[in-house]
Design a protein around this ligand. Structure first.
Ligand code: ARG
Length: 464
């Protein structure tokens, strides 16, 4: 570099950039997070240059050592950034050149920031995906542990948020767990596609220097190299897919959070969040608010926004690198940061919350919860379902009009209704046990689900 304050591309220019143009172009304040992967990618590139005979056995190790030292300085806050450092890639190259002089000028042969930034972002997002995968596993394991504890705890199941049929608390908790298992599957599939090296693609048309992108992939622990150099520098669907997976995951977290706020509503009283995951009110001394759950719910909005931002950025953009693509990073960073905040808090809330087993059982005293069981008892004795539905509805209407309850019906009345064991049907434990279908709410099913979910969740981690 001729002059410390000149941009990397100054050779062809006579006029320096306007300060406001420089300011608009700067990304260092956010892409500094790519520093360590940029060093890794640059070291892999140095080896590719050495393999191609463009660096000798002294130059390559010197460049690698300088890159590692710059990376270390950045990690420890010792690196002095200059105003002219537009982004992390140019800052690191400048740091290497400051250390090595002329030799530093050999680093950028056969590469462009276009292939470098994509490779960096792939490496960064794989590492973020790996961390998020671990956090999803931890949340799923918290749900599984609580579900095993409450495999036989009866509670009213709802549809339309209205009492529907008895279920078990373990069954409901595992429903959230199965959603997370799909998120893990999505993350793991995404990571396979994302594990692609773009270095060697250059600005758009590779180079004449005989670099081997596959060898670079191997050095970066990536599964493959790009198949098409234009695609390599244009593709951001790995970020878009990461954000789609993140948005779905955040949606699942928000729905779990929503159930936690509902169950801990004191007018329902089925559960309470541990004080460590609750907050008080600045005005009302009695309050214990579920802010952890509310924020887990609310933060899903910004992750969805991150996906929408990137999708809007990409749609209609012609192939090739465009500076617009610099806008891909903040949504990716924000989504990962948000999930890394939400998931551990939610796992802690689930692990420590107290369930009021008796309140849930008491809520199962609502006789309407057994209406479907009664209709199905008629079906088992040969009554067509539509007729069974009507007869059960009429029975409920009659006892209601007479100011009685189903529990008041005599054996004779049950006999006439067609279900001699009628009053025995009004039992939540019996109701859940009678549902022998795999995947149903019975305690046996909950235990079997917990076992298979635990196996799936621990099966394989996302690539890093
Ligand atoms: N900071 C840029 C980005 O994040 C790096 C690539 C710049 N490439 C270029 N041709 N100006 O996209």
């Amino acid at each position: 570099m001729s002059d410390d304050a000149s941009p990397l591309w100054a050779g062809r220019f006579s006029t320096p950039p306007a300060p406001e143009a420089l300011e608009l172009g700067r990304s260092l304040h956010f892409d500094v997070r790519l520093a360590s992967v940029d060093v890794d990618a640059s070291i892999a590139h140095v080896r590719a240059l050495q393999d191609a005979g463009l660096l000798d056995t002294e130059e390559a190790p010197a460049l690698e050592a300088a890159l590692a030292a710059v990376g270390d300085d950045i990690a420890h806050g010792r690196f002095v950034f200059h105003d002219a450092d537009e982004d992390i890639h140019s800052a690191i190259e400048r740091g290497v050149t400051d250390r090595l002089g002329d030799l530093g000028a050999k680093l950028h042969a056969g590469r462009s920031r276009n292939d470098l930034v994509v490779t960096d972002l792939r490496l960064w997002s794989l590492a973020a995906g790996h961390r998020i995968d671990g956090l999803v596993v931890a949340l799923a394991e918290a749900l599984i542990a609580r579900a095993r504890e409450h495999a036989g705890t009866v509670m009213p199941g709802t549809t339309h948020a209205r009492l529907a049929q008895p279920v078990t608390l373990g069954h409901h908790l595992l429903a959230h767990g199965w959603a997370l298992a799909r998120d893990l599957e999505r993350l793991r599939e995404w990571s396979t596609r994302t594990s692609t090296n773009a270095l060697g693609a250059g600005a758009t048309a590779t180079s004449t220097l005989g670099l081997d992108p596959l060898a670079t992939a191997g050095r970066l622990g990536m599964q493959r190299a790009f198949e098409n150099s234009i695609d390599a520098v244009s593709d951001r669907d790995f970020v878009q897919e990461f954000l789609a997976v993140a948005a779905i995951l955040a949606t699942h977290a928000s729905r779990l959070a929503s159930d936690l706020t509902r169950w801990t509503d004191e007018s329902l009283g089925w559960a309470s969040l541990d004080e460590a995951y609750s907050t008080g009110s600045s005005m009302m001394p009695q309050k214990r608010n579920p802010d952890t759950a509310e924020l887990a719910r609310g933060k899903a909005a910004r992750v969805a926004g991150d996906f929408v931002s990137l999708t809007a950025l990409l749609q209609g953009l012609p192939l090739g690198y465009h500076r617009d693509l610099q806008e891909d990073k903040e949504p990716a960073f924000d989504a990962a940061d948000t999930l890394e905040l939400v998931l551990p808090a939610l796992a802690g809330a689930v692990a420590t919350m107290a369930f009021d087993v008796e309140a849930m059982r008491a809520a199962c005293g609502n006789e309407g919860l057994y209406a479907t069981d009664l209709a199905e008892a008629l079906v088992r004795s040969g009554v067509p379902f539509r007729e069974a539905h009507r007869r059960t509805g009429e029975l409920l209407k009659r006892v209601d009009e007479e100011g009685r309850t189903l529990a008041d019906l005599t054996d004779d009345e049950w006999e006439r209704f067609g279900v001699p064991e009628g009053s025995g049907v009004l039992d939540p434990d019996r109701s859940v046990r009678a549902r022998t279908t795999a995947g149903g709410p019975s305690p046996e099913s909950v235990r079997a689900q917990a076992d298979s979910l635990a196996r799936i969740v621990s099966a394989s981690a996302v690539l890093s």
